[in-house]
Design a protein around this ligand. Structure first.
Ligand code: ZN
Ligand code: ZN
Length: 414
């Protein structure tokens, strides 16, 4: 048996998306509709009914873990997602390269994403990794740039804590925030001091970098500071292989999803052209996914464009991405797999409606297809059809159910 899980981030929608229909319902999706016709549909509450999911917690839940138990914060997934070595005791953060203005009142945030900077990441990394903290010289700072303004940061040293506030206020024109401890543990005060020093020093080493002088000359916002958030340690969870005895891989352009999957023990497959955006090379991802199944038991494919379009409140972009996903990802996967021995599941990790522009609590549609799936009476993949699907409605655990169809589920009890 082989298994394929496709998660389209923020796939779910609302009738306000597209004159009474969701983007998924309005999109032409012949391949997913054919899977619905020969498989079974249901609705999944990614974490639980009424819980508004983050992407990280939703993915843990879809993969079979209880995020209320194992989730330690987002930063560690960003660090693992860019292949940083995360050790016990390390405090991990997600980091934004941002633009600040030096004003009479202090540093003021002008652009939280430094104009979505596309080049010069090596130069920024080199400057930031040269930073030595003066008040806490026994704490090492390790920075790695990811895509555009995104990056990850590790604080390594004795006596650190995750109990600190965030440096990023998420507001433009705000003065830079001081990070504060959120409890009375001396480790939290020490961590807050280290982050505040790092943030100030990041401005000192970056603001006059040749890269930023070039950006200013070209009228682009300089990447002159690093803002961190999502303090977390490495979560302690059993690998998928240790639970089910099967080995698999992840194909994801976004560092977060790659990081979550690596934490669960999946092998990362890097596909050139997989950007984690609307422009991602879906056909390359499909080829890679089919190729993985020659040597491993399962593959998890993540696409992010659906969620990006939802956050951008762009219904046309979401609908077109869903149509492209159907034609360029699902179609080639379906024609590349062996139908007698492969089970497939397609779902989202939450709903990202166009009007709201962020994640909401509604359940997401799911389709399972394969030789062991009892077919229901649905014939199209969408929210309304999923509500009539034979599988009903449940919470999380999409991967364990997929593995159950493959006869890989361990028995609970005797
Ligand atoms: Zn998501
Ligand atoms: Zn999102």
């Amino acid at each position: 048996m082989k298994a394929v899980l496709v998660v389209a981030d923020g796939l779910g929608g609302r009738p306000t998306d597209w004159s009474g229909q969701t983007c998924l319902e309005a999109a032409a999706t012949p391949h997913m509709d054919a899977l619905a016709a020969r498989g079974a549909l249901g609705l999944v509450d990614p974490i639980g009914p009424g819980v508004r999911p983050g992407s990280d917690t939703a993915h843990l839940s879809l993969l079979g873990y209880d995020p209320h138990v194992v989730y330690t914060g987002r930063g560690v997934f960003e660090c693992l997602g860019v292949d940083m070595d995360v050790r016990p005791g390390d405090i991990c953060f997600r980091a934004n390269l941002a633009t600040v203005l030096d004003t009479d009142h202090g540093l003021r945030v002008a652009d939280r994403r430094a104009g979505r900077i596309e080049t010069g990441h090596d130069e920024l990394e080199k400057a930031l990794n040269g930073i030595r903290l003066k008040r806490t010289p026994d704490i090492e700072v390790i920075f790695r740039a990811s895509t555009q303004h995104r990056g990850a940061l590790i604080l390594r040293g004795p006596g650190l804590s995750t109990h600190v506030t965030e440096a990023d206020s998420h507001r433009v024109d705000a003065l830079l925030l001081d990070v504060c401890p959120t409890d009375s543990d001396p480790a939290s005060a020490r961590t807050a001091a280290a982050i505040n020093d790092f943030t100030r020093l990041s401005y000192e080493v970056l603001h006059d970098l040749p890269l930023n002088r070039r950006r200013l000359a070209a009228g682009k916002p300089p990447a002159n500071i690093v803002l961190v958030r999502g303090a977390s340690t490495r979560p302690n969870l059993p690998s998928i292989e240790s639970i089910y005895g099967v080995r698999g891989a992840v194909i994801a352009g976004g560092a977060l999803y790659r990081g979550v999957a690596l934490t669960c023990g999946m092998k990362p497959i890097d596909v050139p052209g997989a950007t984690g955006g609307l422009d991602t090379d879906l056909m390359a991802k499909a080829r890679a996914a089919v190729g993985v199944l020659d040597r491993l038991d399962y593959v998890f494919v993540h696409v992010k464009g659906t969620d990006n379009a939802g956050h951008d409140r762009n219904a046309t972009a979401k609908l077109q991405f869903i149509e492209r996903m159907d034609a360029e990802l699902i179609g080639p996967i379906v024609s590349g797999i062996d139908h007698g021995s492969t089970h497939l599941a397609i779902t989202g990790d939450h709903t990202t409606p166009i009007d709201y522009g962020d994640h909401t609590v509604e359940p997401v549609p799911i389709v399972y297809a394969g030789p062991n799936v009892v077919c229901d009476r649905t014939s199209a993949f969408g929210e309304r059809e999923a509500g009539r699907g034979g599988l009903g409605r449940w919470s999380g655990r999409v991967l364990p159910i997929l593995f159950g169809y493959c006869n890989w589920a361990p028995k609970y009890g005797s």
